[in-house]
Design a protein around this ligand. Structure first.
Ligand SMILES: Cc1ncc(CO)c(N)n1
Length: 231
């Protein structure tokens, strides 16, 4: 893994945000939905509801990366956003549709599903933050998604019951703990640090922390929506 050019300025921006927003971060990554996947006790109906909404989430997530291309100030930034967009449209979406098929959820059902309010709230918050702000605002809003799922995947994969053949959620856990997904999260951290080196100032940090805390709250609400089958 190439080291960040700012490795000497530890902690990196992501670690700083997760530390200063520790309460919101913990409620998201250590949510009962997550623990239920880890030990296999999560009700199947909750997971299926989540899976369908996550498909809708990913379509808007792709739009956010398309916005990052638009917001790019040079070719390197535009290409970095394009790499993120392709990772969602060409890789994560296929994995997701495959995962849904394994649970008996057909692509037509995914396309037809009405969007839950928690899905609207989270995805539109990210898009609105990016529209109003610059690339750093947008990537801070996106950070809990990518980096959070990588952390959740890695934490769960370290549990013995997560890998057990009897755990119905082991495929999801394997996907997000995979080297490929961990590398996407590492790249997202490095991208944040590159943007921070360019445009982070002391007076700007509190606003970025607020974005990070809001996005983390909306991720936790997304898990709640799965558990409660909320529409
Ligand atoms: C809600 C949500 N957050 C993050 C990810 C990771 O891409 C996802 N698939 N869904």
């Amino acid at each position: 893994m190439p080291t960040s050019p700012h490795a000497d300025h530890s902690p990196d921006l992501f670690d700083r945000l997760a530390r200063d927003g520790a309460a919101e971060w913990a409620r998201y990554v250590d949510h009962p939905f997550v623990r239920g996947m880890g030990d296999g006790s999560l009700p199947e109906a909750a997971f299926r509801h989540y899976l369908v909404q996550d498909y809708l989430f990913l379509t808007h997530f792709a739009r956010a990366y398309a916005l990052a291309i638009y917001k790019g100030r040079n070719l390197a930034e535009m290409r970095a956003a394009l790499t993120g967009l392709k990772a969602i449209l060409d890789v994560e979406m296929d994995l997701h549709v495959g995962l849904c098929a394994g649970w008996g959820v057909a692509p037509e059902e995914l396309e037809r599903a009405p969007e839950a309010k928690a899905t609207m709230a989270y995805t539109r918050y990210v898009l609105e933050t990016g529209l109003r702000g610059d690339l750093l605002d947008l990537h801070v809003a996106l950070a809990p998604c990518v980096i959070g799922y990588a952390e959740i995947g890695k934490t769960l994969a370290a549990r013995a019951d997560a890998q057990a053949a009897s755990n119905p959620y082991r495929v999801w856990i394997a996907e997000y703990s995979s080297d490929a997904y961990q590398a996407v999260a590492t790249a997202a951290r490095q991208n944040l640090d590159r943007l921070a080196a360019d445009s982070l100032t002391a007076s700007r940090y509190p606003r970025l922390l607020t974005i990070f805390q809001q996005a983390s709250r909306l991720e936790a609400d997304f898990w709640d929506m799965g558990l409660t089958l909320a529409d």
